[in-house]
Design a protein around this ligand. Structure first.
Ligand code: GDP
Ligand code: ZN
Length: 306
């Protein structure tokens, strides 16, 4: 039977079969050996084939179908071993808040650039709009001015329900990775979408897992309305992705667009003469904060190879 992996804990995998039943599965030995560099050959979101045991509750994963994409995490830049956190992701949602807590533009931009590198469509969900006073609403509008023309943006309140229909529509029938700083309301939003899930809010688990990447397991939840969300406790964003210095601009759509008019083909778009990106920033066409994030990522790639 075919199914989808919802959870991995040690050597056991929770698989949702196409008959809508859950199975606890182990891996057949052969699959375990196939993929070399990652610590886990099967991850949440993997589409698999299972042999169900006569008890009708357990089974063996006999085949992992080809992935459309997958997200990996390494514990550091230098680490060779990678952990696959999720596979077959249709959309990445970043939950951001203007206040309580503040989400910084550079954090948002790094997330968006990484989603671009993975070719996963990203959406920003600004939560807690019920709490914003005039100055925070101004700030929200400043953010929307920057991001609305680049990525779909939603403004919601998990508490009042404002804007939640838009989020519900976005999740329907899709596999969605939900990320964001701790406290922005990820669990509350998922619970508001599907009260049956009863995710722990202000999750105690997050607290225990802080700084221990290796013990962090992602988990996928089937929404009763259709679709899946992936929650990655203790992981704020995507983590580190290899970007070459001269390709970072590919992951900022507006910089990529402006760069077509640069004078030099090998322009890095920071201070070269005739750089159309720098001009677009000066002309107010590209936002200064986006450009700052771009420069910051480029300088990271430079220091990595030193
Ligand atoms: P997570 O760490 O991202 O999963 O955040 P939680 O879902 O645990 O939420 C953190 C806190 O923010 C909780 O106390 C929630 O009740 C609160 N919260 C979440 N969403 C909203 C919202 O839209 N408005 C308000 N006022 N509080 C919210
Ligand atoms: Zn340039």
């Amino acid at each position: 039977m075919n199914g989808i992996v919802l959870k991995t804990t040690g050597s056991w995998y929770t698989v949702l079969g196409e008959n809508n039943s859950y199975y606890s599965c182990k891996l057949r030995g052969k699959i375990r050996l196939k993929e070399g560099k990652t610590t886990n050959p099967v991850t949440v979101g993997d589409r698999v084939n299972i042999d169900v045991e006569p008890d009708n509750r357990t089974g063996n994963i006999t085949e992992v179908f080809e992935r459309k994409n997958y997200i990996i995490r390494r514990s550091s830049n230098l680490s060779r071993e990678a952990h696959v956190i999720a596979a077959n992701v249709d959309r990445a949602i970043l939950v951001a808040t203007i206040a309580f807590p503040t989400t910084h533009t550079e954090f948002i931009d790094r997330y968006l650039a990484t989603a671009e590198a993975y070719r996963i469509p990203a959406t920003i969900v600004f939560n807690k709009i019920d709490l914003y006073k005039a100055s925070e609403t101004d700030e929200l509008n400043r953010f929307l001015n920057i991001y609305n023309q680049l990525y779909p943006c939603l403004t919601v309140s998990a508490i009042t329900g404002a804007g939640m229909d838009g989020l519900r529509n976005l999740l329907y029938g899709q596999v969605t990775l939900i990320s964001g700083n701790s406290g922005v309301g990820k669990s509350t939003l998922i619970n508001a979408i599907d009260p049956d899930l009863k995710l722990k809010t202000a999750s105690i688990s997050d607290y225990h897992l802080k700084g221990k990447h290796t013990t962090t397991f992602s988990e996928m939840f089937a929404l009763s309305g259709g679709g899946f969300v992936i929650d990655t406790p203790g992981i704020k964003g995507f983590g580190i992705v290899d970007m070459k210095r001269d390709e970072v601009f590919h992951f900022f759509p507006e910089i990529f667009f402006a760069a077509k008019s640069c004078q030099f083909y090998n322009c890095i778009h920071i201070h070269e003469p005739g750089c159309a990106v720098v001009k677009a920033v000066q002309d107010g066409i590209i936002s200064e904060s986006r450009f700052k994030s771009y420069v910051s990522i480029v300088s990271d790639t430079a220091s990595k190879y030193r």
